[in-house]
Ligand binder design. Structure first.
Ligand code: PMP
Length: 397
């Protein structure tokens, strides 16, 4: 039997890789200088480490070092991109376009802007059962654009159903109108090959703790010397990060972030294949042992439409929360757990046109680097046993 609990919530966060911890440690006690204190060697050592890390991270995501702004995480990066575009004095229009299935750290800033007089169009996604379930149609983006549109924001990969959006195509549509495109790439970086420059995004958010790095550090990619990407800062102060995000840089976390991204990149093709294999085996095992279990999100066969480690299933007449309570050895999330600050049926699954009962029967499996084949076999047994038990109990009640 594998060691428990078995962690299958890698979309929520990941365990820090020991190799990342090792890279970070000297920056707490030896190279502890302030990266902005360049008048002495202690500060310069920290500055050099930050700049080396910045270059590594940029290279891993298809950007240049000067195109990254360090933040506290993707929540802040999304806020900076959206409010930063809307708040820049060069912007005249008041219309923004996004998608219903975005993360709350995109939807809530949009909501706040709407309350302040902006107009927001949220586009639908293909419904459950459709091969491209959870994906936005680029034509719908084109149709939503207006004379007064100032920003389009479309996430690269969804955190609940793993849908990978056609962001390259959407970028072309936006650029025909000289409009900036922001993409929340938090779930895509490290899991799929990401190249922001090739994709054509102007702004992109990502975060270290989703890629086996530390919590509390993220970045916003800001396309260099481009009118479209001009932002107003959210945090003013000493003018760090080219005035876009003041505050002393967390050198230890930044070094860890770079090491984490570097490791993902080194291991990416083999790891994606391994996770896809484990994920597909889990899906086949569950659906052959239990009737009435259906897939939420895009088809598993399309590697370009779905994240390798993502599986989201509706268990039909079995309540998702009860199922989770019956498998205490598994660290899993129900369809609604991602916005744990505001519990309720998942807005993503609802956007797939699913009834509340089906949403409530859903469970998200997020497979990651430290999951083994043995763990997945055990997971299959526990899930099938628990779902069958709950069904027996319901039918005898
Ligand atoms: N966007 C997506 C798609 C996410 O999955 C998350 C984390 N749940 C965030 C943004 C927020 O990231 P952070 O925790 O780094 O603020």
């Amino acid at each position: 039997m594998p060691r428990t609990p078995i962690y299958l919530d890698n979309h929520a966060t990941t365990r820090v890789d020991p190799r990342v911890v090792e890279a970070m440690l000297p920056f707490f006690t030896d190279s502890y200088g302030n990266p902005a204190s360049v008048t002495h060697a202690v500060g310069r050592a920290a500055r050099d480490a930050v700049e080396t890390a910045r270059a590594k991270i940029a290279a891993a995501v298809g950007g240049a070092a000067k195109e990254s702004v360090f933040t506290s995480g993707a929540t802040e990066s999304n806020n900076l991109a959206i409010k930063g575009i809307a708040g820049h004095p060069s912007r005249r229009g008041r219309h923004l376009v996004s998608v219903v299935t975005e993360h709350p750290s995109v939807l809530e800033p949009l909501e706040r802007l709407a309350a302040a007089g902006f107009e927001v169009t949220l586009l639908p996604v293909a419904p459950k059962g459709h091969p491209r379930a959870g994906l936005v149609d680029p034509q719908a983006v084109a149709d939503a654009l207006r004379e007064d549109t100032i920003l389009v924001s479309v996430m690269l990969a969804n955190n609940e159903v793993g849908a990978i959006a056609p962001v390259g195509e959407i970028a072309r549509i936006c650029h025909e109108r000289d409009l900036p495109l922001h993409s929340d790439a938090t779930q895509a970086v490290g899991k799929t090959a990401v190249d922001f420059r090739a994709l054509g995004v102007d702004l992109a958010s990502f975060s270290a703790h989703k890629v086996y790095g530390p919590k509390g550090i993220g970045a916003l990619y800001v396309r260099h010397r481009n009118r479209r990407a001009r932002l107003a800062p959210l945090i003013d102060g000493g003018g760090h990060e080219r005035g876009l995000r003041s505050g002393t840089l967390n050198a230890a976390a930044i070094v860890g972030f770079a090491r984490a991204v570097e490791l993902c990149l080194e291991e990416l093709p083999a790891e994606a294949k391994r996770l896809r294999g484990l994920r597909n085996r889990l899906f086949a095992g569950i659906t052959s042992a239990l009737d009435g279990v259906t897939l939420n999100g895009p088809v598993l066969e399309r590697e370009d439409w779905r994240l390798p480690g993502n599986l989201n299933l509706a268990f039909g007449d079995v309540d998702g929360e009860s199922l989770l309570m019956n498998v205490p050895d598994l660290a899993l999330s129900s369809g609604s757990a991602c916005t744990s600050a505001q519990p309720g049926p998942s807005h993503v699954l609802r956007a797939l046109g699913m009834a509340d009962d089906t949403v409530r029967s859903s469970v998200r499996f997020g497979l990651g680097r430290f999951n083994t084949s043995e763990e997945l076999d055990y997971t299959l047994c526990l899930i099938v046993e628990a779902a069958a038990r709950l069904r027996r109990m319901a039918s005898s009640a």
